[in-house]
Design a protein around this ligand. Structure first.
Ligand code: MGD
Ligand code: MGD
Ligand code: SF4
Ligand code: MO
Length: 665
């Protein structure tokens, strides 16, 4: 039997998957050949959802910590006790003393019922802001009015493609077939990234700027375009505001400063300017890494300005693809989350450690769902300290994560292969896929919605949490009714396309206050930012006594920390270093080295790579071992726009580990 399901991981691709079931077990999990983006293949994180379901370390019975030790407990006992705790905290300290810490570890629609539970308490404290993408989302809100992406197949209309800070062969593998097709049809490729990426091999131009300097790079390139007369005057005159102000700012910018501040030679700046200025259309494909810096939002604004001024916005084959927020017009998640009615106190996901420590009323009870902050949040040591100050913690997860280890109750939730739901991507393409349950839950694992409905029963509002799953899903799909799409259509077809245009802004009706593309944004200014894109340098990289930039980028074989099952973690992780760093420090390929800064130290295995920026070293995130996580190195620092962490602004030192004879090992 073949059952159609979908991948719930926080990823650009939102794949449709087929599960082959035989004798009550999944024989194979594969990509759906009929899905326009999945096209018959999935990545190893997707196929390993099956391993995660069946893994012997998965916890499938509720647990309670008694005198520091986990003990089995029945669902009834655990839920009665937790409901009792909720009632007691509500009575004594009010709803703000209950914190719901959540993120997008599973991005399916029914997970909104988790939030609904807390809002129905009258309110709660919850984590907001982003470890992920918020500075860029805000940047595009200022410039375009909303972050929108072109349909994947529109890439075939591009003459030039710039992959700017996206590690697509690792993080967004279904982009690659579209890209290859475009290149085969004659499109040219440029890559901008301080680390070498696979796509660099296909590119005719590879630029490796100093980490955190993209705003300066894009503004410098735009200055060169202007000097060459490559600005699209018709677009600028008719469809934008603020070009004269930005243009005057570019006049003041010194090219020497651009070269010395980005470490990109003038010849490459000119080549990138010609790439944007001498061909049309150019599609710019942005990643999220470059906005995890103090000037990250402005970096996205500067690239938006470069692409818009050179005439690549609102045209087939153009665009600045960062995310796709337009789908929220067609999928009403608020209909089931019901946040607006609730009195919510917010803690920033990045700043939560200090906010929890100084909260009034203090946090007495915390629920953790769909996140593993003790690995993924910057400055982990401080975060763990803050969590330890909370009286009771309830973790809902599938594995005993670093965060769950801090909890008092562990409630085991289902894996997607045991759930009914649907999923869509807010990052890229316009397809929605239905998730049919493939197998029954293992052991006593339960869906998140069941856990919260049971708690609500005990607290007297069960009827508000208990509706047929179809009713919840229909409520989310309601805005699609005028387009003839209902839950039945979705179930029947398996995958539907949202009615989004292939080419955003082709009608030139921007969603900004002026209705135009805004090189200068009064909204940005009113919200305390520069009206136009400016360069804000990193605060840690290039300053102080640690000479190298540590980029803790997303891991190849894991979704954040999710596939890092403890027994499979390498005790000694690999650190990627350029030859210049090896020369300066004496570390050797394959040898051990000590990586350190003022917050952490770690023994790493050195791998010398070719290419990239000469001071950028790479360690994959999602890792823990030797008593720490990658985020013990990073600091709590904010990006310029939105509520976004700047964890890539991280400076480190490196030295070889030597044996008794003083030889490098
Ligand atoms: N395999 C895998 N895929 C994933 C994930 C995963 O964990 N593993 N996670 C998913 C999630 S949650 C997300 S948010 C996305 C992220 O997807 P991406 O944005 O592609 O990945 P990141 O690892 O965040 O960083 C992207 C790239 O930014 C580059 N970079 C870092 N600093 C700079 C800079 O200053 N300038 C420029 N130009 N580039 C810079 C890095 O070298 C890296 O190649 O991937 C999703 N897909
Ligand atoms: N240094 C550094 N730090 C980073 C990043 C980086 O690049 N470098 N990237 C940042 C980014 S982009 C992101 S998105 C965040 C991700 O941060 P998190 O979302 O905290 O990361 P995950 O490791 O995906 O953790 C998700 C957890 O949810 C659990 N889970 C999965 N499905 C379900 C479910 O259905 N219900 C419940 N209750 N739990 C479930 C998983 O088992 C896992 O423990 O990390 C950020 N942190
Ligand atoms: S992680 Fe992304 S690419 Fe991999 S199967 Fe899931 S949606 Fe597809
Ligand atoms: Mo993310």
């Amino acid at each position: 039997m073949i059952v159609k399901t979908a991948c719930p991981l926080d990823c650009w691709d939102a794949c449709s998957m087929l599960a082959e079931v035989e004798d009550g077990a999944i024989r194979r999990l594969s990509g759906d050949p009929n899905h326009p983006v999945t096209q018959g293949f999935i990545c190893n994180k997707g196929s390993r959802l099956k391993d995660r379901r069946d893994h012997p370390d998965r916890i499938v019975h509720p647990l309670k910590k008694v005198e520091g030790q986990w003990q089995p407990v029945s669902w009834d006992e655990a839920l009665d006790e937790i409901a009792g705790l909720v009632r007691e905290v509500l009575d004594r300290h009010g709803h703000h003393a209950i914190l719901h810490a959540y993120d997008w570890g599973s991005g399916t629609v029914l997970k909104n019922l988790n939030q609904r539970f807390f809002y129905l308490l009258g309110g709660c404290s919850e984590t907001v802001g982003s470890l992920c993408w918020d500075a860029g989302i805000e940047a595009q809100r200022y410039d375009f009015g909303q972050a929108r992406s072109h349909a994947p197949n529109d890439l075939c209309n591009a003459r030039g493609i710039v992959v700017w800070g996206r590690n697509a062969s690792v993080t967004n593998i279904h982009l690659i077939p579209f890209l290859k097709r475009a290149l085969k049809d004659g499109a040219r490729l440029a890559v901008v990234n301080p680390l070498p990426i696979e796509l660099g091999e296909r590119a005719e131009l590879v630029v490796a700027p100093r980490p955190g300097s993209d705003a300066l790079l894009a503004l410098g390139v735009l200055k060169l375009c202007k000097a060459q007369g490559w600005v699209d005057e018709a677009f600028v005159q008719q469809w934008s505001i603020g070009w004269p102000e930005l243009s005057a700012y570019l006049d003041e910018l010194s090219l020497d400063d651009v070269v010395s501040g980005t470490d990109v030679p003038l010849s490459q700046l000119n080549a990138l300017a010609a790439f944007y200025g001498c061909q049309k259309p150019v599609s710019t494909i942005l990643g999220l890494g470059m906005q995890r810096y103090p000037g990250g939002g402005n970096a996205i604004r500067a690239i938006d300005a470069l692409a818009a001024a050179t005439g690549h916005v609102g045209v087939p084959g153009g665009g600045v693809q960062y995310a796709n927020r337009q789908m929220t017009e067609f999928l009403n998640e608020e209909a089931i989350a019901n946040r607006s009615a609730a009195n919510v106190r917010t803690f920033s996901r990045g700043q939560q450690a200090s906010e929890i420590r100084s909260a009034n009323p203090p946090v007495e009870l915390m629920f953790v769902t769909r996140t593993n902050p003790a690995v993924q949040v910057p400055d982990t040591a401080r975060l763990v300290e803050a969590y330890r100050s909370i009286r009771s913690i309830v973790a809902i997860d599938q594995f005993m994560t670093k965060t769950a280890e801090l909890a008092d109750y562990f409630l085991p939730c289902t894996n997607v292969l045991e759930e009914e739901d649907f999923v869509f991507s807010t990052m890229w393409h316009p397809y929605v896929t239905y998730i049919h349950p493939v197998l029954p839950p293992r052991g006593e694992a339960k869906p998140d919605w069941w856990i919260f409905a049971e708690l609500a029963d005990r607290l007297g509002f069960g009827s508000e949490m208990r509706r047929p799953l179809d009713a919840w899903m229909e409520a989310v799909l309601e805005p699609l009714k005028p387009y003839g799409v209902t839950l039945d259509t979705l179930k029947e077809r398996g995958t539907i396309r949202l009615p989004l245009p292939d080419v955003p802004w082709q009608d030139r009706q921007f969603a900004t206050p002026s209705g135009k593309f805004e090189f200068v944004s009064a909204r940005a200014q009113a919200e305390g930012h520069s009206a136009h894109a400016v360069y804000i340098p990193p605060q840690e990289i290039g300053r102080g006594r640690h000479p190298y930039a540590l980029l803790t980028i997303h891991p190849r074989v894991s979704e954040n920390s999710q596939h890092r099952l403890a027994p499979n973690l390498p005790h000694i992780p690999s650190l990627d270093v350029p030859p210049a760093v090896a020369e300066q420090t004496g570390v050797q390929h394959g040898g051990l080295a000590r990586l350190f800064n003022d917050r952490a130290e770690l023994i790493v295995r050195v791998q010398i790579r070719e290419g990239g920026h000469p001071r950028a070293v790479k360690l994959e995130s999602g890792w823990w071992g030797q008593g720490i996580t990658v985020n013990h190195f990073t600091s709590v620092r904010s990006a310029d726009l939105g509520d976004q962490t700047a964890q890539y602004d991280c400076a480190v030192s490196l030295e070889p580990v030597v044996d008794a004879e003083g030889l490098a090992r």
